[in-house]
Design a protein around this ligand. Structure first.
Ligand code: ME8
Length: 534
């Protein structure tokens, strides 16, 4: 069968980091994964082909030690956590990933061996010795200068984990990373959008300008990893193994048609803690292999607690599920992206979440939806009337929508400025609320003249049409709520499924047909219960 046109166009391919499975997922992991989900859903809503990848990083000393400490094999440990904790959370948060990759899968380990063998054959890998301080938490050799003082003179701490580093001395294989400094700098200069935000880009530039050292890419003191094909006493360094997941899942070495469609990746989403791996080591490895480089690496900031990066050892004690149980899944997806400008650090608080839930979601948006449905029910027996008396006020709402769509599409779809894009959509929601307050349909309803009824019909049509567009714009962010709104507007009968509405047409005014059956569905954002004790 001939490939259809669809199969040959390139897809918008977004990845999250693959997370270590030494523990359960926390708010920080969910933050990056929700961001990627909103980004890919936005591009799907544009009608583009999309591929969204997440997964788990299962090799290395950290996982091995955790499994040991729990009296199971590393594979048993990974299998259990992936199935019991990681996949269920992504399902719970409505993450629409197209694939889930695990680095212990054979589809991955085979490709990794081929990739490193190729680099070895090309002379990019050589044997040497290395000694230095190593942090198992980071799975990385550290530079003595970056360590923090410990309890005694001979104890030094990792600056990220604040735990003692270990002194390692090994015979390893090395990747000639140092040769790639100038080529990387040239690439960054030619591709100013490769790394975002600007602060992250500058940090990487300064780091590479100082000169790069060759990278130790194998370990021989433990065996939980991918064996080097030419020397099976060594396993591949976990980061080199992990980074290649992006190639494996794209079909590298296995499915040329898919690989052509997906590679290079459009966006690698990462936390800023792992930016150097993605913006320095990874592109250098790809250059060495002669493969195209990803288009962008975008780093999110840290969710903080008590002034420190939120991590497994420093949790708030709040799991994502504790928050969704209280606020609901859609509000959870909304809150972190709305409250923290993407790329900057931010703190979470129950108070702030509660305040935004109440004022933005329940009052501004939820109430608007239920008021409009109630009035169409009351005055027009649930049948959406036509707007026969539109004037300047209605024109202003239509223009407000056009602006919101343009801004949100640029900010969310291109700039990954989720907070800015969501703000643009909610500005529009505010504008519609203001329009109703000014037009006072509940007063106009008392005017039984033909002109009065035509005005009432026009006002309610305008508000319902604005909600039609809002449902489409919020679908990538809050899919369950958007679907409820779509149902309540009776939009499917005239316009088809919500998923099939495109961003390109969302601002075309007047799409929702008069005569649609508008019903008051369930309340979109119910009043919150008392805050639970956590
Ligand atoms: O680094 N705030 O895995 P990991 C925001 N396996 N984001 C956070 C966060 C926080 N407090 N804590 C974690 C690894 N994250 C490697 C990746 S990729 C080839 C290999 C998010 O389990 C953020 O995206 O430590 C960060 O980069 C990632 O989780 C680290 O997850």
């Amino acid at each position: 069968m001939a490939a259809s046109a669809d199969n040959t166009t390139s897809a918008y391919y977004v990845t999250t980091p693959i997370y270590y499975v030494n523990d359960r997922p926390h708010l920080g992991h969910a933050y990056t994964t929700v961001a990627g989900d909103v980004l890919t859903r936005w591009h799907r809503q544009r009608g583009e082909q999309v591929w969204y990848l997440t997964g788990t990083d299962e090799h290395g000393q950290k996982i091995m030690r955790t499994a040991d400490a729990n009296g199971v094999t590393p594979q048993e440990w990974c299998d259990k956590l992936v199935e019991d904790a990681w996949k269920p959370l992504w399902q719970h948060l409505n993450i629409a990933n197209d694939d889930f990759i695990r680095t212990t899968e054979q589809r991955h380990t085979d490709r990794v061996q081929e990739f490193v063998q190729d680099l070895h054959d090309k002379g990019e890998i050589y044997k040497g010795g290395y000694e230095g301080p190593y942090c198992v938490g980071c799975e990385e050799y550290k530079l003595p200068a970056e360590l923090l003082p410990g309890a005694t003179d001979d104890v030094k701490l990792c600056p990220v984990h604040k735990k003692p580093v270990e002194w390692l001395e090994e015979e390893n294989y090395f990747f000639r990373l140092s040769a790639y400094g100038p080529k990387l700098l040239e690439f960054y200069a030619a591709n100013p959008d490769f790394i975002a935000p600007a602060s992250a880009r500058n940090e990487v530039l300064r780091f590479v300008e100082q000169g790069l050292q060759d990278l130790s890419i194998s370990r021989s003191t433990f065996d939980w990893g991918v064996p080097l094909p030419w020397d099976e006493k060594h396993v591949l360094y976990v980061w080199v193994d992990a980074l290649q997941n992006y190639l494996t899942a794209a079909g590298y070495g296995a499915d040329p048609e898919r690989f052509a469609r997906l590679w290079p990746a459009s966006v690698h989403l990462v936390g800023k803690d792992i930016l150097r791996f993605h913006a320095v080591i990874w592109p250098a490895m790809l250059m060495a292999a002669g493969l195209p480089l990803p288009k962008r690496v975008v780093a999110n900031g840290w969710l903080m607690v008590g002034g420190e990066k939120m991590s497994k050892s420093n949790l708030t004690g709040i799991a994502p599920q504790d928050l969704t149980a209280h606020f609901g899944v859609d509000a959870y997806r909304y809150y972190f992206l709305r409250a923290i400008p993407f790329g900057t650090d931010g703190s979470f608080s129950w108070e702030d979440f509660t305040a935004r839930y109440t004022s933005e979601l329940a009052n501004d948006f939820g109430n608007l939806a239920s008021r409009v449905a109630a009035m169409v029910g009351k005055y027009f027996d649930r049948s959406l009337p036509a707007a026969t008396a539109a004037g300047e006020a209605e024109q202003a709402v239509a223009e407000g929508l056009a602006t919101a769509v343009q801004t949100a599409d640029r900010k969310i779809g291109e700039e990954l400025d989720f907070a800015g894009g969501i703000a643009a959509i909610f500005e529009f929601v505010k504008q519609v609320n203001g329009y109703l307050t000014e037009q006072e349909p509940w007063k106009v309803a008392k005017d039984e003249s033909e002109a009065g009824q035509a005005r009432l019909a026009t006002i309610l049509y305008t508000a319902a049409e604005a909600l039609r567009a809002t449902a489409v714009l919020l679908n990538p962010l809050m899919p369950v709520t958007a679907e409820k709104l779509w149902d309540s507007l009776g939009a499917e009968a005239g316009l088809g499924a919500l998923a099939d509405q495109t961003i390109a047409t969302v601002a075309d005014w007047g799409r929702l047909p008069a005569g649609s059956t508008v019903t008051k569905g369930e309340i979109l954002f119910p009043r919150l219960e008392e805050k639970p004790a956590v």
